[in-house]
Design a protein. Structure first.
Length: 135
């Protein structure tokens, strides 16, 4: 996803303002939080741009073979980008594929039913039968 530098700066200012407004972090008076956030975000965007350029150059090398086999450029782009990002995962401060960020947050979370009475009893009317017998 191509983000312009001006948009990244605007986002960093908004993030810094929200963090300070909601008192989520304490910031010393002499620290320009918006500038620090911009530096981190800009580094991330530049790293992603470099990876995208690397993927494009690889795809350009194999464009004839892709045309012959009928491979989709977009699908190959995603596949190669994911292959290139895997070994570099430690370099990213945030997930490299922003559309799949929810996978990183929710991985391993499973919520089944809280109560399933049919699992505990062999027969659904077992409790009623036990009550009748105890009378």
């Amino acid at each position: 996803m191509a983000l312009r530098r001006e948009y990244v700066r605007l986002l960093s200012v908004k993030v810094a303002e929200e963090l300070q407004k909601q008192e989520m972090i304490g910031v010393p008076e002499d620290l320009d939080l918006a500038e620090r956030v911009f530096q981190v975000m800009d580094t991330e965007v530049n790293l992603e741009h470099r990876i995208d350029d690397e993927v494009r150059s690889l795809l350009n090398q194999y464009q004839d073979q892709m045309r012959q086999s009928g491979a989709s450029y977009q699908e190959m782009f995603k596949l190669i980008k994911n292959k290139l990002v895997k070994p570099r995962e430690g370099q990213f401060a945030i997930p490299p594929n922003y559309r799949q960020a929810r996978v990183y947050r929710r991985s391993g979370v499973y919520r089944g039913q809280k109560h399933d009475p049919s699992r505990r009893r062999r027969h659904p009317h077992e409790m009623a039968q036990k009550r009748r017998r105890s009378r």
